[in-house]
Ligand binder design. Structure first.
Ligand code: PLP
Length: 452
C-alpha cells in the first residue's frame, strides 16, 4: 500500500456519505453526540490507517489497544474468510473445531492450570461471568477492585471499575468495594520507595478485607498491569502479596488481562511478570486482535469442579463464535510463528523504554513514564514539583486536546486519556515505525513543555 492513497471523486463522495450518515444515525460510545467530529477511515494495513482524504497515519493506539498484530493480517483475514465459507455460526452447545482449537491454544498459554475456557463476546462480559463464577464457587457476594482500574462498560463491570468512567453509571451495586492500588508517583500511603508502597498497599487491602468481613468476600479483581486507568506496573511483591491474601481468606483472585494479555507486555499474559497464578483470568481484545468480537474466562480446575455436576447458570448466544475463534486460532499462531511476543518485549526494553526515559529527562512536562513491552504511559504535568496534572483527574483539558491534534497533524494517532499519552502500538510494529512515532511524540512534547 502506498504512503498516500489518492482518493477518486467516487471515494471522496463515499467517505462524505459515510460521515454524514454516521453523524445522523450512529450513537457513539462515551461521547457527547453533537460535538463529535470522528475521522473517516478508508483503509488500514499493519500499523497504518488512511483517512477519507487518503492521508496516512501511524496507529500508536492499536485502536482501543486491541489490534495487537496490526490491521488486516493476511493469515487472520484468510482464516475468517475460510471459516465463513465453511460455517458462519453454530450454537455454543455444539462442538466446533475452531472453538475447540482456540480453547486449546489459549489454555496452553495461560499460567498454571487455567485450562478450561468460557468464551464471551468481549471483556466486560468476561468480567461479569468471572464474578458470577467466583460468587457461586465461594457462596459469598462482595467483590474488591482497585481505584485506577477499568473493567468494562456493562452494569456490574462498570460498577467494579475504579476510574471516573464509573461515576455516571454507578448505582452503588451491592458488594462492590474499591481499594487503593500501589502508585508511588501519587501515593495514597505517603510511601517514599516502591518497597514501602507495595507493603503499605497490601496492609491497606488486608485491613479492608478484615473490616468488610472475609466471609462475605468472593473475589478480588485486578488488572495485572492496569491499562486505560494509567499503565501502573505493580511494584515487586505486590501481586504475590495479593495472591497470598486471596489464598489466606479463601477469596477468588481474578486477573483481568483484557488489555494487558496476548503479548502486549512482552509476555503472553502480564501476570507472568510477577510469577503469579490467578484463579480466573479474563481476556478479550488481543486474543484475535479485535478482528471479530471475542473474550473469555480461563478457569482453574477447582472452580471448574464447582460446575462439574452442577450446571453453570450463564451463557451467550455467540459464546465461542466460529468466526471469532477461527480468528483467534490464526492470531495466536501468527504471533507464535512471527515471534511477536518476543518482539514486543524487546521493543519495550531496547526502543520504547529508553526513548521514554529520554523524554522524562528532556521534557519538563513529563512527570513520569512507565510500562513494559508495547504498553507505556507518559504522565504529563503542569508542574514537576507539585505534580499538578495537565488535565484534571477524570477529564480532558484544552492542552491535552491540542496535543492530540498536534499528533494527528503529524500523522500519528495517539492514545490519550486524562493527563496521559499512552504508547501502545501493535506488538509487531517495526522498529523503524516505532522510532518514527516516538520522534513525533518528542516534537509534540516540546509543545507540552510550553504549558508546564
Ligand atoms: N477490562 C479491561 C482491562 C479493559 O481495558 C477493557 C476495555 O478496554 C475491558 C475490561 C472491557 O472490555 P470490552 O470493551 O471488550 O467489553
Amino acid at each position: 500500500m502506498t504512503a498516500t492513497l489518492e482518493p477518486t471523486q467516487t471515494d471522496r463522495e463515499a467517505a462524505q456519505r459515510a460521515y454524514d450518515l454516521d453523524r445522523k444515525h450512529v450513537f457513539h460510545s462515551w461521547s457527547a453526540q453533537d460535538t463529535l467530529d470522528p475521522m473517516v477511515i478508508s483503509a488500514a494495513e499493519g500499523s497504518h490507517l488512511w483517512d477519507g482524504e487518503g492521508n496516512k497515519y501511524l496507529d500508536f493506539s492499536s485502536q482501543l489497544v486491541n489490534t495487537n498484530i496490526g490491521h488486516q493480517h493476511p493469515a487472520v483475514v484468510a482464516a475468517i474468510a475460510a471459516q465463513a465459507a465453511k460455517l458462519c455460526t453454530i450454537a455454543p452447545s455444539y462442538v466446533n473445531d475452531a472453538r475447540s482449537e482456540a480453547a486449546r491454544l489459549i489454555a496452553e498459554r495461560t499460567p498454571g492450570e487455567l485450562d478450561r475456557i468460557f468464551f464471551t463476546n468481549g471483556g466486560a462480559d468476561a468480567n461479569e461471568h468471572a464474578v458470577r463464577m467466583a460468587r457461586l464457587h465461594t457462596g459469598r457476594h462482595k467483590v474488591l477492585s482497585a481505584y485506577r482500574s477499568y473493567h468494562g462498560g456493562t452494569h456490574l463491570a462498570v460498577n467494579i471499575t475504579g476510574d471516573p468512567r464509573r461515576w455516571a453509571s454507578d448505582n452503588g451495586s451491592a458488594g462492590t468495594i474499591h481499594f487503593f492500588p500501589p502508585y508511588l508517583y501519587r501515593t495514597a500511603f505517603h510511601s517514599t520507595t516502591e518497597e514501602e508502597e507495595a507493603q503499605r498497599a497490601l496492609e491497606h487491602l488486608e485491613q479492608l478485607i478484615e473490616f468488610e468481613g472475609p466471609s462475605s468476600m468472593a473475589a478480588i479483581m485486578l488488572e495485572s498491569i492496569p491499562g486505560t486507568a494509567g499503565i501502573y506496573v505493580p511494584p515487586a511483591g505486590y501481586m504475590q502479596g495479593v495472591r497470598e491474601l486471596c489464598t489466606k481468606y479463601g477469596i477468588v483472585f481474578i486477573a483481568d488481562e483484557v488489555m494487558a494479555g496476548f503479548g502486549r507486555t512482552g509476555k503472553w499474559f502480564a501476570v507472568e511478570h510477577f510469577d503469579v497464578v490467578p484463579d480466573l483470568l479474563t481476556f478479550a481484545k488481543g486474543v484475535n486482535s479485535g478482528y471479530v468480537p471475542l473474550g473469555g474466562v480461563a478457569i482453574s480446575p477447582e472452580i471448574a469442579a464447582t460446575f462439574g455436576t452442577r450446571a453453570y447458570p450463564g451463557g451467550l448466544t455467540y459464546s465461542g463464535h466460529p468466526l471469532a475463534t477461527a480468528a483467534a486460532v490464526a492470531t495466536i499462531n501468527a504471533m507464535e510463528r512471527e515471534g511477536m511476543v518476543q518482539h514486543a518485549a524487546s521493543l519495550g526494553t531496547d526502543v520504547i523504554g529508553p526513548a521514554l526515559a529520554g523524554f522524562a529527562e528532556r521534557h519538563q512536562s513529563v512527570g513520569e513514564v512507565r510500562g513494559r513491552g508495547v504498553f507505556w504511559a507518559i504522565e504529563l504535568v503542569k508542574d514537576r514539583a507539585t505534580r499538578e496534572p495537565l488535565a484534571p483527574y477524570g477529564s480532558s483539558s484544552t492542552e491535552m486536546n491540542q496535543l492530540v491534534a498536534a499528533c494527528k497533524s503529524r500523522g500519528l494517532i495517539p492514545f490519550a486519556n486524562f493527563n496521559r499519552i499512552h504508547v501502545v502500538p501493535p506488538c509487531n510494529i517495526s522498529v523503524e515505525d516505532a522510532l518514527t512515532g516516538l520522534a513525533i511524540l518528542d516534537e509534540v512534547l516540546d509543545i507540552a513543555d510550553t504549558y508546564a
